[in-house]
Structure formats: C-alpha cells, structure tokens
Design a binder for this molecule. Structure first.
Ligand code: 5AD
Ligand code: SF4
Length: 441
C-alpha cells in the first residue's frame, strides 16, 4: 500500500466554505489523501478563499507567496486555490503566481478528483465554469467517519438579488437549489454519523425552491418539515436569509416545528430607506420590522441576529442614526457590522465614498450599541432553563461546552454528559462571550 498523501486545507470566510472544505477533503480522500493540520508536511495545499472582505485577493496572493517557499523546498507539493477569489480571479492567479497548480471555482468542486489527477501528471488545471448540476451529488463522501454533533449542509447556492455592494451573485452565480431527496439523503447520512444538529446553508437560503420527491417545487419550510421527521436529528437551523423571502409558511414553521431552533439570522444592512434603496435591497426598514413582528408573533422568544454595513457610499449621519434606531427597535442577540469596502465590479464601487475616518467612527459606535444589546440579552438568560447540545469538553475537570437553543456558548460545570448529548441546564451566570450553567436533574 502506498503511503497516504497529505492534504492541508486553509479555509477562509463563511460557513459555506467550511462545508465545501469538508466535502473537498472527503472527495480527495478517494484519491488517497488524508488531512493534516501541518502545511509543511502536506503534498497538496488548498486555499479555500473568501472574497467578501477588503483586499481579499491581495491577501491570497501574499499567502501564495509564502507557500511558494514551501514548494521550492518540496517540488512535488501541489498548490490549489478554491472558493470565491478563485472564481473572481480565474487564470490571473496562475499568471501572477506560477507556483499555483490548480484553480477551482465553487461551482466546479465535483471535478476536483480529476483535476487532482491532472496536476499530479504535471499539468495545470483550471475550472471556474457555472454548470447547472448538483456538484455535491458527484462529490461522493467516504462512508461513515464519525462527525461532530453539529454539521452544515448546503441546500442552496448563489443569489439573484444583486445588492449593490455584494460580490456573491458574481462569485457564486445564479440562485440554485438542490433537490430535496439529495438533501434528505445527506441529512440521514449525517445523523447516522452522530450529527444531532444541522444548519442548512445558502447565500439566500430562504429563497430555496428545490425539486421535491414528487417533482413539484418545495419551499424551505417544506424542507424543514421533512427534516423534522428524521429520527435522531434534534435541531434544525438555517442561514443566511433575505427579509423579502420570509414567507408565511417559513414564519409559521418557527412557531410550529419542534426541531427548528428559535434563532434567526436576518440581515438588514441599514436602517435608512434612502440607503436601502441605493443598496438595491428591495425592502424598507419598516417592512423589515414588520417581518420581525410576524416572526415574533409566531415565536415570541426568537433570538434575532443581523448584519450591518456602515459607511455605504453617500451614507450621512442621519442615515446612520436611522440604522442605530432600527437596532434599538429590534434588540439583536447577535449582530455583525462591517465597514463598507468596495468590491470591483459591483455597482456601488463606482460611487462617491464616505470619508474613511467618519466610517471608522460609525463602526465603533454601532459596535458599542450591538455589544451592549448582546450583553443585555445574555444577562437575561440567567435563571432560565435551557437545553444544551454538548460539543466538546471544557477547560475545567467535569466541564462540558455546547450551544443553547439560542446559539449561545454554554459551559456546564457539573456535567457528566457525553459529546452529542442534549442536556437540560439552568443558566447561572452571563460572561462576556458565553454563559455558565448547571445541569438540571
Ligand atoms: N462591504 C462591507 N460589508 C459587506 N458585506 C457584503 N459585502 C460587503 C461590502 N462590500 C457584509 C454584508 C453581508 C455580510 C456577509 O458581509 O453585511 O450580509
Ligand atoms: Fe449578497 Fe445577500 Fe444581497 Fe444576495 S441578498 S446580493 S448574497 S447581500
């Protein structure tokens, strides 16, 4: 038997990249690779890149510069670039960094095994096409390796919304949904491997419209109800959603579907209608607040999470104030705020930019407000009886760490639980980034 080859994957960015990296590792397993955490012993290094942050491509080029040194010392090393920077830059990557052997866009991962064979034979390999097929169906996984209790499952990819700041419609392509039967099959397989919680992923996941087993189109709510029937699966989540796609059936599911967790990530980006319009968001602050009202009517304890961009072109102090007011109105359990930065090729990139110092200052103010709210909501958890999906052992003896229904990290001090157990607890203390709890009998 030949020695297994070693694969090192470095993953940047969102949860979908984490999922993609897992699937790529599994599919290269079929080509004799095992994963390593040490880049220096790798026979292949894959960078799974993200294009959402500023200067993303430049950062990838400097990382590739460092990897080139490894390759000089070990000429057999193959270097690949995957993900959204691969999609956006394409051939340019191999031109600027000849040490790169392989460039694969997110829609072409099913071709990875044959691309690997091609680079092993000394050629270069590039694929950044957008084929209309279920790439994950062809990315066969190795059977039955045990899994952590919480897993991601991609059900939808790409986006047709074209928000003026966003690269996703260009890097991940048009919105496509996987067929329901394939998703259920993958979910059952995950549960067989020890998974208790599945987070359904998509850039615009609530626009899901996959083909059902009867041939008709299904909504995300239909899919969630199907997953709800899987024995052994205890928790369902989904991310990321667009306010305009929060349909009645999905809102109802939040009230009625027992395994759907009371947590919703629903980005709004701004609280100013003037800016929302310029962002091409096709909703207003008011319509967003009304959606949340309906969700809270269905599920009063739902914990809301969101994304915000500050310093979007032409944002005034007054627009920014409207964003702060919206945050005050919603009360977020979690929120992520970003300073606007230009993405070449997107409509907003051409527009007059806000003074960077002003934008920095707004970012600090929004983050202070969000941190306050988060802490307040964490504090309100003290004394409540929650359940925790145990994910790992803690630092102290007997301590286990997991997630509550609301996605807060919880440390259970007197736990004799196993990883994968769902444990009833009483919250005893709110810390900065986690909650402390005691197990209930
Ligand atoms: N500048 C700043 N933030 C951005 N996001 C997306 N594109 C940009 C950009 N050009 C943020 C949005 C999105 C999150 C994933 O990243 O808030 O919801
Ligand atoms: Fe990007 Fe989300 Fe807007 Fe789609 S809906 S363009 S993924 S920000």
């Amino acid at each position: 038997m030949a020695e297994p080859k070693k694969l090192f994957i470095k993953t940047y960015g969102c949860q979908m990249n984490v999922y993609d990296s897992e699937r790529m590792a599994e599919s290269l397993g079929g080509r004799g690779y095992v994963e390593t955490k040490d880049a220096e012993e790798a026979d292949m290094i894959l960078l799974n890149t993200c294009h959402i942050r500023e200067k993303a491509a430049e950062k990838v080029y400097s990382e590739l510069g460092r990897l080139k040194a490894l390759k000089t010392a070990k000429p057999d090393l193959k270097i690949g670039v995957a993900g959204c920077v691969a999609q956006a830059e394409g051939e340019e990557i191999m031109r600027r960094q000849p040490a790169v052997d392989l460039v694969v866009g997110p829609q072409s991962y099913h071709r990875l095994p044959e691309m690997e064979a091609q680079v092993r034979s000394g050629e270069k390999s590039l694929d950044t096409d957008f084929p209309q097929e279920d790439k994950f169906a062809a990315l066969k996984s190795r059977p039955k390796a045990a899994r952590a209790p919480s897993a991601f499952l991609t059900v939808q990819e790409g986006c047709d919304k074209f928000c003026a700041f966003c690269v996703v419609p260009y890097t991940r392509g048009a919105e496509t949904s996987r067929p329901v039967a394939r998703i259920l099959e993958e979910a059952r397989e995950l549960v067989d491997r020890g998974v208790r919680e599945i987070t359904l992923l998509g850039q615009n996941v609530n626009a899901f419209h996959g083909a059902g087993e009867d041939g008709s189109e299904k909504t995300l709510a239909d899919l969630i109800w199907k997953l709800n029937e899987i024995n052994g699966l205890a928790r369902i989540r989904f991310t990321t959603s667009h306010p305009n796609d929060m349909t009645d059936d999905l809102i109802d599911a939040h009230g009625a579907c027992e395994k759907l967790m009371p947590y919703l990530h629903l980005p709004v980006q701004s609280g100013s209608d003037r800016i929302l319009k310029r962002m091409n968001r096709s909703h207003t602050a008011e319509s967003y607040l009304r959606v949340i009202e309906r969700i809270r009517a269905a599920r009063p304890d739902i914990l809301m999470s969101g994304d915000f961009i500050v310093g979007f072109p032409e944002e005034t102090e007054e627009d920014f104030q409207a964003t702060l007011a919206l945050i005050e109105a919603v009360k977020y359990g979690y929120a992520y705020s970003f300073k606007y930065s230009t993405r070449p090729g997107t409509p907003a990139a051409e527009r007059p930019q806000v003074d960077p110092n002003e934008a920095d200052e707004r970012l600090q103010r929004i983050q202070a407000l969000i941190t306050d709210q988060q802490q307040q909501i964490q504090n309100e958890m003290v004394g409540r009886d929650l359940s925790v999906l145990v994910e790992k052992t803690g630092r102290n003896p007997g301590q286990m760490v997991g997630k509550s229904e609301y996605l807060h990290a919880v440390h259970i001090d007197n736990s004799d639980a196993q990883i994968g157990d769902i444990v009833p607890v009483r919250i005893t203390e709110a810390k900065r980034n986690s909650l402390a709890a005691l197990r209930r009998k």
